[in-house]
Design a binder for this molecule. Structure first.
Ligand code: GMT
Length: 374
């Protein structure tokens, strides 16, 4: 198949997922055309089945806000025509779905039928998409797409709850590539980080408010009050300087490392004993899945789709959003009980295997075939 993938090119979950999906489809022999305003973060190599098309947005003094959606739709029309694409798969509803539908309508005038598959990822539904100025466009785009997928049952339900949506939504969860995400032998690295056998806690996010990185530090402070430990914070974003301040206030700076954006996240996860994800909302929690694939149990909130990924009392523990006491109590339970920790490590890996890339890829390919037959 010749597939156009429209995505945000950043380290955000939807962009990462879309890039990895495109790479995996190309590895299976499909021709994949990425369309975005920048080269996607994880697309930094040459492969004969992969193409990247940059959306350039002409500037004009009249525009206070350059019309990205118009430029994107125009680019999609151009690439569908020139590369003879057979379908468009857009990731994140705003503004990708409505732009794709505009492209579809333009192409229909030339009798070119291009199905649009829209994947809802999270904040396009649970946060920003619900703004009254976006909601009618998001609802319309979801109803008009040929196929719509959501990354968890919880996100599917949120979509019906918050939008005027009447059509069927398929749940296709996030996936994990075990060729990359698996526990690596990194004993020398662990020794350097925790020379005296301190337990290693890890958190990864884009440091947005919704991730509640402050809760990560509060939980870590309570752990540190009981046992020697280290906290590795991976990622960067708007809350970073506030979190650095909190780290000083809580007197944890010596034990906390801010690692910034990291490519080889799997190597850091490989030395982790516990992963913390106390998010306010989380449609799926790809970061938790990546940790579990590296055999790291998860202490998380029970927001959104997290209970579909992190099984309470099996792969880690769940707590109400903001329940720092329970998160710390459960973290200490695992960190102070080595045999229980080992059991949870194995169970986390087994649960992660349910989301193996190969299984999820087939689900997308089946949906693509259905869309093309319509
Ligand atoms: O997590 C983020 O902040 C990025 C965000 C996005 O919208 O790009 O990720 C969302 O999509 C991921 C991939 O489907 C999910 O695993 C994340 O749970 C989801 N984030 C939120 O719902 C906050």
């Amino acid at each position: 198949m010749r597939i156009g993938i429209v995505l945000y090119p950043t380290f955000g979950g939807s962009g990462v997922l879309a890039t990895e999906l495109g790479k995996a489809l190309a590895a299976k022999g499909h021709e994949v055309h990425f369309i975005s305003y920048n080269q996607p973060a994880r697309l930094d190599f040459f492969s004969p089945g992969i193409f990247y098309h940059e959306v350039s947005i002409p500037q004009y003094p009249l525009f206070e806000y350059a019309p990205y959606e118009t430029a994107l739709a125009g680019k999609m029309v151009d690439i569908v025509r020139s590369a003879h694409l057979e379908l468009l798969h857009v990731h994140y509803a705003i503004p990708h779905a409505s732009a794709a539908l505009m492209a579809k309508a333009i192409l229909a005038q030339d009798h070119i039928q291009i199905p649009v598959i829209t994947t809802l990822h999270g904040t396009d539904i649970t946060l920003v998409g619900r703004e009254s100025s976006y909601e009618p466009v998001v609802s319309w785009s979801i109803n008009q797409s040929d196929i719509v997928t959501a990354v968890s049952q919880s996100l599917k339900e949120d979509t019906y709850k918050h939008f005027h949506v009447t059509r069927e939504i398929e749940v296709v969860p996030n996936f994990i590539d075990f060729d990359r995400f698996s526990k690596k032998p990194k004993d020398h690295f662990k020794k350097a980080i925790s020379p005296n056998g301190e337990k290693v806690l890890v958190h990864t996010s884009n440091f947005r408010k919704v991730k509640r990185v402050g809760d990560v530090l509060q939980v870590f402070r309570k752990v540190l009050d009981q046992i020697p430990a280290r906290l590795l914070l991976i990622g960067d974003g708007p809350e970073r300087s506030h979190i650095e301040g909190l780290c000083r206030d809580l007197q944890t700076c010596e034990q906390v490392s801010f690692l910034g954006k990291q490519e080889a996240v799997e190597e850091i996860l490989s030395i982790g004993d516990l992963f913390l994800l106390p998010s306010q909302t989380e449609s799926f929690g790809l970061a938790a899945l990546e940790a579990m694939a590296c055999e790291v149990p998860v202490i998380s909130s029970n927001a959104g789709g997290l209970p579909e990924v992190n099984l309470d009392g099996v792969t880690g523990f769940l707590a109400e959003v903001g329940d720092i006491d329970r998160m710390a109590e459960k973290a200490l339970y695992l960190l102070q009980n080595e045999s229980e920790l080992q059991t949870f490590r194995a169970q986390a890996l087994a649960q992660a295997q349910r989301f193996d890339l190969a299984n999820i890829l087939i689900q997308y390919e089946t949906l693509y075939q259905q869309a093309m037959k319509r």
